[in-house]
Write a protein that binds this ligand. Structure first.
Ligand code: NAD
Length: 478
């Protein structure tokens, strides 16, 4: 992309380079060309960010919720106005088609508006006292300065769902944004800064993720962490948070089961699930991955799904009409190639795709694997790429058992018409979120979160603010 912006740190209300001038290269995943760079924070930058966030918190916690709400709504409007420009930048650094990037930005603006409204509803509670003249009540206070670590798959919305909640609650926040996709988050944060958030309330840093998390999480200034990323890193950071008694929200990996019964509307199931599977080239934590189809509907579903996968137009995100861009980085190519080979070696059928496309840019074919044995690595590890596993079942209990076999429990999908089957799917599939006969997850007003190895805590919905608030109890005799 022409005019791809280099990215600076945002500390204490000022955009600036790292003190030691260090930078990291940014790569366009569709060409593998270096398109720019991002500042790499060192210890002195982090110390400055910590001091600023402490000062920012002292100011922001006293700003009335009504004013916080207005500022968030202003940021949301600025984000909407900038959506096309930021979307083009996001597409260049992340790979997704421009229209999907713009959709992400519009969704992030809606999310900001949702939290702007929730800011005004952080109600306490009056508790009936045991004695005349006593007033007992709870007060909701912001937990304190937050640090958040977010990944490259949704560079903006992953930040906004944490940052807008923290700001609504009255917390300051340091965002450690993804180094691979740094410019779109920075442009988004510029919209917030222009809405008038006081200096220090929002900080933005990039650098070595492990170095930053191991310094910031234990630091006494930080009260809470929120992480989105892989389960292995999440467990490490949750351990660190636990050791230092910091609040934590963990939004980790998944291995979405999708159960389709023989009586389901198969056309709707194919259309909804295939579209969602290949969105963002499958790099979505709630991407459906293990498709379990009842035998009488198996061939129809598999053929429909495969036709859709073959029809996709693959290319750079800025090309008109592109449905799926490249993967975000080379690590995904290596991981997917090895998972496909392992599945084939164990007897799975590659119905379509399975290979890298060309040798320039991180493009991978939309892939459908069938009859994949349960021992295959892809049945157990999150592929985080454009690969669907389509297996068959003849007993609903077996399909539910397979859905529940892994320790992941994030997004689950089901298509069924029979009422009893719907009830079993609703009640027995162990997952943080279940969507039946349509796709209805990940809206600002609905809770988003997992169980087991998929993490803990809820983002989105009326629950999301709770994790940025502390409940204090006061009892007073007049
Ligand atoms: P990774 O495990 O190296 O990194 C995942 C994310 O965690 C990245 O944003 C990275 O910057 C960050 N990270 C890594 N080590 C860290 C540390 N010590 N402290 C703080 N942050 C740290 O994996 P990756 O190759 O970038 O992504 C691949 C895997 O990550 C996928 O297979 C998927 O499971 C997971 N992932 C999940 C999501 C999600 O939305 N839940 C998003 C991106 C990646």
């Amino acid at each position: 992309m022409k005019d791809y912006p280099n990215t600076q740190l945002f500390i204490d209300g000022i955009w600036r380079d790292a003190i030691d001038g260090r930078t990291l290269a940014v790569i366009d995943p569709s060409t593998e060309d270096e398109i720019g760079h991002v500042a790499h924070a060192g210890r002195a930058d982090l110390d400055a960010a910590l001091e600023a966030t402490a000062r920012g918190f002292a100011i922001w916690r006293k700003v009335p919720a009504f004013e916080r709400s207005k500022m968030l709504r202003d940021a949301a409007s600025r984000l909407r106005a900038q959506a096309d420009a930021i979307g083009a930048v996001m597409s260049a650094e992340q790979g997704k088609p421009v229209n999907q990037a713009v959709t992400e930005l519009m969704g992030a603006a809606d999310m900001t508006d949702w939290y702007a409204e929730e800011a005004r509803r952080t109600y306490g509670q009056i508790i009936p006292a045991r004695r005349e003249g006593v007033l007992s009540y709870t007060v909701k206070d912001p937990v304190g300065p937050v640090v958040t670590f977010t990944p490259w798959n949704f560079p903006v919305s992953q930040i906004v769902k944490k940052m807008a909640a923290a700001l609504a609650a009255g917390c300051s926040i340091i965002v450690k944004a993804p180094e691979e996709t740094p410019a779109a988050p920075a442009l988004m944060i510029r919209c917030f800064a222009e809405a008038g958030f006081p200096a220090g309330v929002i900080g933005l840093v990039y650098g070595d993720p492990a170095e930053i998390s191991s310094y910031l999480i234990p630091h006494p200034t930080i009260a809470k962490i929120s992480f989105t990323g892989s389960t292995v890193v999440g467990k490490h950071l949750a351990g660190l948070a636990g050791q230092h008694m910091k609040r934590a929200t963990m939004e980790l990996g998944g291995h979405g089961p999708a159960i389709i019964t023989a009586d389901a509307d198969i056309d709707a199931a194919v259309s909804d699930l295939a579209t969602f599977k290949f969105r963002n080239a499958g790099q979505i934590c709630v991407s459906p991955t293990r498709f379990l189809v009842e035998t009488p509907a198996y061939d129809t579903f598999l053929n429909g799904f495969t036709d859709y996968a073959r029809s996709l137009k693959i290319g750079a995100g800025h090309e008109p009409g592109v449905d799926m861009g490249p993967l975000a980085n080379e690590r995904r190519i290596t991981a997917l190639e090895s998972m496909v080979k392992d599945a084939e070696d164990r007897g799975a059928r590659v119905v379509t795709g399975g290979r890298r496309i060309g040798n320039k840019g991180f493009f991978f074919e939309p892939t459908v694997l069938a009859d994949v044995p349960v021992e295959a690595s892809i049945m157990n590890e999150e592929p985080f790429g454009p690969i669907a596993i389509v297996n068959r079942f003849s007993d609903l209990g077996d399909a539910i058992a397979e859905a529940n076999r892994l320790r992941y429990g994030l997004g689950a999908y089901a298509y069924a018409k029979d009422g009893l089957a719907q009830q079993r799917l609703r009640d027995e599939v162990q997952s943080g979120m279940v969507t039946i006969n349509h796709l209805g997850m990940a809206l600002p007003e609905t809770p988003f979160g997992g169980i087991g190895d998929s993490g803990y805590g809820s983002e989105g919905g009326s629950y999301a603010l709770e994790s940025y608030l502390i409940t204090r109890f006061v009892t007073q005799l007049h």
